[in-house]
Design a protein around this ligand. Structure first.
Ligand SMILES: [Zn+2]
Length: 400
């Protein structure tokens, strides 16, 4: 039986019940040089939250009056390179995850990566809902969610998972695949024309994959150190799955096709990091994404965003009818999932987050997409940037 779907219903002000408290976060280094954070509850008084369609997830008093609006926007507008500001946000607004026995410790890097995934998802929703999307940003956020470092957090006492980043099925297939070393033309037809014909969702149904290229990546040899990308384990798996594994659901196949074509035609990605960007084996300068690959990127971005949000919401947020008040509330297992809930209701086409066009600011601000022309977060930034642009014009054209 099909599920009954209720689409686009409007939420009023919803209260949120979730376990979170003010906390103190201390950084310390372990013997291997990794930075850890110790998070300690500073008050037994819980924090209270509410959600509404205009202000997003808010911090409230016990009685529901709003103390601080739109926590997601506040987090998004922080300078992401400054980890102390991020930790301060968590101290004030509650830690992402419940504090077992009042404390929790985790690697700083894991904590930051969890935040970066949330940011990348927020940016993707904004770009997908924008009339004038930033395609470079969309490419980066999509690749980051697919290929960036994933996070697994366990509670050592209970042996239960606290959090694991939602990996799309396509990535599990790639990660778990073994490379079928099957070089030197596996069919007579391929030997004759020098290519393998591969079913493909990006280019008109099929793609002619150069057999020599394929064989040299699959064999993983690079005796002259000219093509170090051919020894990259992930790339070898992607190209292998691309050619051989066609019995998959359509969305997984689309992701695999996109990743293959992006790496094969633009550049093989060695590492992707939210703060430092993409590291390639060879500088892809001048290589561009053609129209078909661009459409494949848009589709992949949608699949990735949906997977990220659906996975987190379905495992950690549910509606709840209160016997005390006879009202509906929402229960979330953590502040992290409540922030995803506010993303869930950030409708593309209704409101978008946009980065301020003043290069010395670059903060995120929220605009309704019907007011799509606004590019500065505030009047001060508009004036500052207008006078800066004016100075540049004068410098460039001294005679006019
Ligand atoms: Zn600004």
């Amino acid at each position: 039986m099909d599920n009954l779907e209720i689409s686009g219903f409007e939420l009023g002000v919803e209260t949120f019940s979730l376990p979170s408290n003010k906390c103190r976060i201390k950084k310390n280094n372990d013997d291997d040089g990794a930075v850890w954070i110790n998070v300690e509850k500073v008050s037994d008084e819980p924090l209270y939250y509410s959600f509404d369609g205009i202000n997003g997830l808010c911090l409230t008093t016990k009685f529901g009056s709003v103390r601080k609006k739109n926590l997601l926007l506040e987090l998004a507008s922080l300078d992401i390179k400054n980890e102390d500001l991020i930790l301060q946000f968590l101290e004030e607004n509650g830690f992402f995850f419940p504090l077992q026995n009042g404390t929790v410790s985790m690697k700083l890097n894991d904590c930051l990566n969890i935040i970066y995934r949330l940011m990348a998802t927020t940016e993707l929703i904004s770009d997908l809902g924008s009339m004038d999307p930033d395609m470079d940003q969309m490419l980066f956020s999509t690749l980051y969610l697919l290929l960036g470092e994933s996070v697994e957090l366990y509670n050592d006492d209970t042996n239960k998972t606290i959090f694991s980043s939602p990996l799309h099925e396509a990535m599990n297939i790639i990660n778990q695949s073994s490379i079928a070393v099957n070089t030197d033309y596996d069919t007579d037809e391929a030997a004759e024309k020098g290519t393998y014909t591969v079913k493909d969702t990006v280019y008109n149904g099929t793609y002619e994959l150069d057999a020599e290229d394929y064989d040299s990546v699959i064999s993983g040899d690079d005796p002259w150190h000219k093509n170090p990308e051919n020894t990259d384990a992930r790339y070898r798996k992607i190209i292998s799955v691309y050619k051989t594994n066609h019995n998959l659901n359509r969305n997984s196949r689309r992701i695999i096709d996109f990743l293959f074509h992006y790496m094969y035609e633009v550049g093989v990605i060695k590492k992707i990091d939210y703060r430092n960007g993409i590291e390639y084996y060879k500088d892809p300068q001048g290589k561009t994404i053609d129209e078909q690959l661009n459409s494949a990127l848009m589709i992949t971005a949608r699949i990735v965003v949906a997977n990220e949000i659906n996975t987190i919401i379905s495992r950690s947020v549910r509606p709840f009818f209160s016997a005390d008040t006879l009202n509906t509330t929402w229960r979330a297992t953590s502040l992290h999932s409540a922030l995803f809930f506010s993303l869930f209701y950030m409708r593309p086409g209704k409101s978008v987050f946009r980065r301020c066009a003043n290069p010395t600011c670059k903060k995120y601000f929220s605009v309704s997409s019907t007011n799509g022309r606004r590019i500065y977060c505030c009047k001060k930034c508009r004036d500052a940037n207008n006078s800066r642009m004016h100075r540049i014009k004068i410098k460039k054209a001294p005679d006019s």
